[in-house]
Design a protein around this ligand. Structure first.
Ligand code: FES
Length: 287
């Protein structure tokens, strides 16, 4: 299976991709964290979908048109579509950088290889465009630059796809969690009752919840962050909004909606009531 060799080859780059990823991430966090609202726009928190995944379709389409136009002798179409493709690659790079700032471990190493390939491809396309702008009588050299750029772009796009499909980067961590209409007993974990304050981690069936309590007001969301699985029960709650300790996503404890990215998906929230047999029971809120 070809994909296995690509994965091995990408992981074999960790000697340089890990330190470069560390450096890139420190730099990107220094840029983006003071401007979180802009980072969240680039993440796609407002859209409920990763914006990078939307934008990347444009350069791949435009640059495919460009290479076909080059090969069939349509230079104007080739050059215009290449310009569109290069501008869209810059937009894809900016949205990708906002996401890349908040990935860890294997995903970050692979994202480093992915982004490095995309930057190399972009540079080749820029060189091709610059040569084309001089209207050379022979277009062989800029076409060769474009062909090599396209091959590298394709490899980079494959690795970018693997980041989602193989590693699960930016996949909703609750995609397979059923909504369910059943009330389930809350396991107090040996405590006499749900303690005031919190967040406190407690189990209900197979689900772990992060619960806060202020007297009769008890709110619960799933304890695994929708962004990358961070431990929400170890987060900080301010004004009924819980902040994930890993990358700072914030969710409303009342209904789970995402208040701040990088998460793009809402958090499952739960209703709590007294059980007739004593104790408490919970049910996932309708979204
Ligand atoms: S795991 Fe990334 S913000 Fe929670």
């Amino acid at each position: 299976m070809l994909g296995r060799y690509v994965t091995r080859a990408v992981d074999a780059q960790s000697r340089w991709s890990k330190p470069l990823g560390d450096f890139n991430q420190r730099l990107l966090r220094a840029i983006f964290h003071p401007i979180r609202p802009i980072q969240n726009i680039l993440n796609g928190t407002w859209l409920g979908h990763p914006l990078h995944a939307v934008v990347t379709d444009v350069p791949i389409g435009a640059l495919t048109v460009s290479i076909v136009a080059d090969l069939i002798g349509q230079p104007v179409v080739a050059d215009v579509s290449m310009l569109v493709g290069v501008l869209a690659m810059v937009a894809a790079a900016v949205t990708g950088a906002a996401d890349y700032a908040e990935v860890d471990g294997t995903a970050r190493n692979r994202a480093t290889v992915h982004s490095t390939l995309m930057v190399v491809s972009l540079l080749l396309y820029v060189v091709s465009l610059v040569i084309r702008s001089g209207n050379p009588p022979d277009r062989l050299v800029p076409i060769l630059f474009a062909i090599v750029g396209y091959l590298i772009l394709s490899l980079g796009a494959t690795i970018g796809g693997d980041l989602v499909y193989l590693v699960g980067t930016h996949v909703n961590r609750h995609a397979w969690r059923g909504a369910g209409a059943k009330w389930i007993a809350l396991d107090l974990g040996g405590l006499p009752d749900i303690p005031n304050g919190g967040p406190t981690k407690m189990k209900a069936g197979i689900n772990e919840l992060a619960i806060i309590r202020d007297g009769d007001r008890i709110l619960a969301v799933h304890a695994q962050c929708a962004h990358a699985g961070g431990p929400l029960a170890e987060g900080v709650v301010t004004a009924e909004v819980i902040e994930c300790p890993w990358h700072g996503s914030r969710f409303s404890m009342t209904d789970g909606h995402v208040v701040r990215g990088p998460a793009m998906y809402d958090q499952p929230a739960y209703e709590i009531r007294r059980a007739e047999s004593g104790g408490w029971e919970v049910r996932r809120q309708a979204s």
